[in-house]
Design a protein around this ligand. Structure first.
Ligand SMILES: [Zn+2]
Length: 298
């Protein structure tokens, strides 16, 4: 090997070594972080897009993923606490003991559905800090990208300008898409839908669709027969046309609703990046949902 080739390989190695390593708790945050960091960083996701992010098993294989990352980005608002805390402890990565190497996005994004009363176990698995499932709101995704860009820039000053630029470009695109999606959904005219868990709350809020009826009687509690009867009554009474079941949940309740109400549209919907194999970006996930809501209005 010539000396110059040796030097070249050494430099390539040094550059690869220098790339910031980021672990994202969910596939949505991973995709968003890639929009901001592009090929300047390495991103790994802990939960899969088809997995229930409330209930990920804190496996040793996930601990290993955290062993030498520079930054962990989570949705926060207690979504991942039960499994992320043990993973971070188990990883024994000294960087993760420092506050600027952990980034919890939710609290910065004006959470909705903050409980107004003190919670007890009888309330189910409610998120005490507000709803953490912001990934289906394009405007909050844009805001989150800017927050991620700022943090990446803090940890990797060399590429700071590029992170900020990428984040701003993404935010601009999301804001433009929001206007387009708002127009399409308004035209389609669907005003209300039933969901399984409150995973579509931000989507519904952004696009002015009422999504107050859930198949879960309480968060984290599977639908009971009596609760389903009350849902059926509400669907009839308010002439609701769509039940959107987040595809990480069981289909059985949807089947029962279809039997009880033959004209009702019951769709299993992906709510995360890679929630279906074709959905590779945050934008594609929202576009897919918008199409389902448009289709149900016809
Ligand atoms: Zn939840």
């Amino acid at each position: 090997m010539t000396r110059s080739l040796f030097l070249f390989l050494f430099l390539i190695g040094a550059v690869a070594e220098a790339r910031l390593r980021v672990a994202a708790t969910t596939s949505d945050v991973a995709a968003l972080t890639r929009e901001v960091g592009q090929d300047l960083i390495e991103v790994t996701a802990l939960a899969k897009g088809t997995q229930d992010p409330h209930m990920v098993e804190a496996k040793p294989s996930l601990m290993i993923k955290l062993r030498d990352v520079d930054l962990v980005i989570s949705q926060g608002l207690e979504l991942e606490t039960a499994w992320l805390d043990p993973l971070i402890r188990g990883a024994r990565n000294p960087k993760l003991a420092e506050a600027n190497h952990l980034l919890e996005l939710g609290p910065f994004l004006k959470p909705i559905e903050i409980p107004t009363k003190a919670l007890t176990r009888a309330d189910g698995d409610i998120h005490g800090g507000g709803n953490p499932h912001f990934q289906l709101d394009p405007v909050r995704l844009g805001e989150a990208a800017v927050i991620i860009g700022a943090r990446l820039g803090e940890l990797d000053g060399t590429n700071k300008a590029q992170y900020v630029k990428n984040a701003q470009a993404f935010q601009k695109r999301m804001n433009e898409k929001t206007a387009e999606w708002q127009g399409r959904l308004k035209k389609a005219g669907l005003t209300e839908a039933v969901t399984y868990h409150k995973l579509l709350s931000y989507f519904c809020d952004r696009f002015q669709i009422r999504c107050t009826v859930q198949l879960e009687p309480k968060p984290g509690v599977p639908p009971s027969a009596s609760h389903l009867l009350s849902v059926i009554e509400q669907i009839k009474e308010r002439k609701i046309r769509l039940v959107a079941i987040e595809n990480l949940y069981d289909d059985a309740a949807g089947e029962k609703l279809k039997q009880a109400l033959p004209g009702l549209k019951v769709s299993r919907v992906a709510v995360s990046v890679e929630g279906e194999p074709a959905l590779k970006t945050n934008e594609q996930v929202i576009e897919n949902l918008v199409q389902i809501f448009e289709g149900a209005a016809k």
